[in-house]
Design a protein around this ligand. Structure first.
Ligand SMILES: Nc1ncnc2c1ncn2[C@@H]1O[C@H](COP(=O)(O)OP(=O)(O)OP(=O)(O)O)[C@@H](O)[C@H]1O
Length: 258
């Protein structure tokens, strides 16, 4: 897969009142690349992803998709340009079937009903969910609901997919299915992916590159294997541990100590 474009955020700054949450952050995700975003709690990860998705407006800086500026565009316009977003909860319509929820992803970017049904069938097949197509979303176990949320995002056939903690709440048996699905999506669509993830070992398994944010700044951008050895990353996570935050997220601190 030849990357022929990139999703970029350049010099992004954002404050909430007196709190400076992002301070001149620059990141990029190439087509076909899976980038993980790590960082202690409160580092600014969700805010950056919300800005990329058009859910928040930056105070300064620019985002662009394959060179097209995204400034001023809301989530729907960005989706039509090829930017899909998943959230920590799957946000499925509980009374619609998995197939109908998936088709909504395609309808949302302008597909006809027939096209949307065709795309949904292909996507569900690719993610191993074809046998659930007629099941009401309300009846899905958590892991399958997450996969169905990914299916809906994939049905929009995005150029870039931005995900907020896709593995949150999954058990050890569900995580491999998610990893396989992410690789499948990348291989099928050739899309770039940016995923916020606290689980360092999962980032190492799925990501080509990792960006670490701390206190609203990029403190590392490089191969996953090097991130946890970087002194700035170790210092950021130890500061987090000192506040007692990492204790709730054992993968954080295990990862940096390895
Ligand atoms: N809408 C808002 N209004 C005020 N403060 C906010 C708002 N959104 C986020 N913040 C604050 O901005 C800081 C960064 O939050 P953000 O959610 O981006 O961090 P994060 O790295 O995603 O953290 P976590 O890993 O805990 O989800 C936090 O101190 C948070 O309380």
């Amino acid at each position: 897969m030849t990357p022929d474009g990139a999703l970029t955020a350049t010099g992004i700054a954002k404050s909430f009142g007196a709190l400076r949450v992002l301070d001149s952050v620059t990141i990029s995700v190439a087509r076909g690349e899976i980038v993980g975003m790590l960082g202690p709690n409160g580092a600014g990860k969700s805010t950056l992803v919300n800005i990329l998705g058009g859910y928040e407006t930056p105070d300064a800086g620019e985002s662009a998709l394959d060179g097209d500026p995204l400034g001023g565009l809301g989530p729907d316009r960005r989706a039509r340009l090829g930017l899909a977003r998943t959230f920590q909860s799957a946000r499925l319509f509980p009374r619609l079937t998995v197939g109908e929820n998936t088709a909504l992803g395609a309808l949302g970017v302008g597909a006809s009903r027939r096209e949307a049904d065709e795309v949904a069938a292909r996507v569900l097949d690719a993610l191993g969910l074809a046998d659930r197509a007629d099941v009401e979303a309300a009846g899905l176990p958590h892991g399958l609901a997450r996969l169905a949320g990914l299916a809906r995002a994939m049905a929009a056939q995005p150029k870039y997919l931005v995900m907020d903690e896709p593995a949150a709440g999954l058990n050890e048996h569900e995580v491999p299915a998610l990893l396989a699905a992410l690789h499948r999506i990348r291989d099928d669509l050739g899309c770039g992916m940016l995923l916020i993830e606290h689980n360092v070992s999962l980032v190492g398994q799925v990501c080509d590159r990792v960006v670490v944010l701390s206190s609203g700044r990029v403190i590392f951008d490089g191969p996953p294997g090097d991130a946890t050895r970087h002194p700035d990353v170790q210092a950021a996570y130890l500061g987090d541990a000192a506040l007692g935050v990492a204790a709730r997220r054992p993968d954080n601190i295990e990862g940096v100590r390895r």
